[in-house]
Design a protein around this ligand. Structure first.
Ligand SMILES: Nc1nc2c(ncn2[C@@H]2O[C@H](COP(=O)(O)OP(=O)(O)OP(=O)(O)O)[C@@H](O)[C@H]2O)c(=O)[nH]1
Ligand SMILES: [Mg+2]
Length: 200
């Protein structure tokens, strides 16, 4: 049960990545527990919100699911500006989508908040027989670049909730680091209490 008022955090989260990598499908899986075989391409961006309880904190994610088309790339800063977290999504069956994911990471590092929590999600992990990007390669890249790496499947739901929970767990720590403007909007920033084992 979420402890009311103990530590409520609003965190802007943006999903970036190639067209068809599965950004919208990951959000749909998280928010509605659903998966669509023929998920429509996002036009512009879509907004969702989802609240998660993590230990003593309640994290309300304000999620911006962006459009992966290259021609809309220039709009992306509107969505990652002020974000506390980003999920950079690629498709494990597409080397091009992994290349594009690396470009997003570079862009976030250059222009984003230095304390941004970045997750690198290798999606479509259910398509093992079509895999083109090894987990080892992606993990090595993630380690070099201080990213949190996870492989997910919006289709089977594997690791989808875990991705968001892990980001939520990392937020307060990032918040207590340098806390640049706009990174995490805490309702009661001073009200952190010691983390205790969760939950009965
Ligand atoms: N097998 C499998 N298919 C997936 C998975 N995630 C998404 N898909 C499929 O991949 C296609 C593209 O998924 P979307 O969620 O629309 O991808 P997107 O990244 O939001 O794409 P844009 O909005 O165009 O940028 C859809 O047909 C989904 O059903 C997955 O984990 N496994
Ligand atoms: Mg989409």
């Amino acid at each position: 049960m979420a402890a009311m008022g103990d530590n409520n955090i609003n965190a802007k989260l943006v999903l970036l990545g190639d067209m068809g990598a599965g950004k919208s499908s990951l959000v749909l899986r998280l928010v509605k527990g659903q998966f669509l075989e023929f998920q429509e391409s996002t036009i512009g961006a879509a907004f969702f919100s989802q609240t998660l309880a993590v230990n003593d904190a309640t994290v309300k994610f304000e999620i911006w699911d962006t459009d992966g088309q290259e021609r809309y790339h220039s709009l992306a800063p509107m969505y990652y500006r002020g974000a506390a977290a980003a999920i950079v999504v690629y498709d494990i069956t597409s080397v091009d989508s992994f290349t594009r994911a690396k470009k997003w990471v570079e862009e976030l590092r250059k222009q984003g908040n230095p304390n941004l929590v970045i997750a690198l999600a290798g999606n479509k992990a259910d398509l093992e027989d079509k895999r083109k990007v090894s987990a080892e390669e992606a993990r090595a890249y993630a380690e070099e670049n201080a990213l949190f790496f996870i492989e997910t499947s919006a289709k089977t739901a594997i690791n989808v909730n875990d991705t968001f929970y892990e980001i939520a767990r990392r937020l307060p720590r990032a918040q207590s680091a340098q806390n640049p403007t706009g990174m995490v909007l805490a309702d009661r920033p001073a009200a952190r209490v010691a983390t205790s084992a969760c939950c009965s």
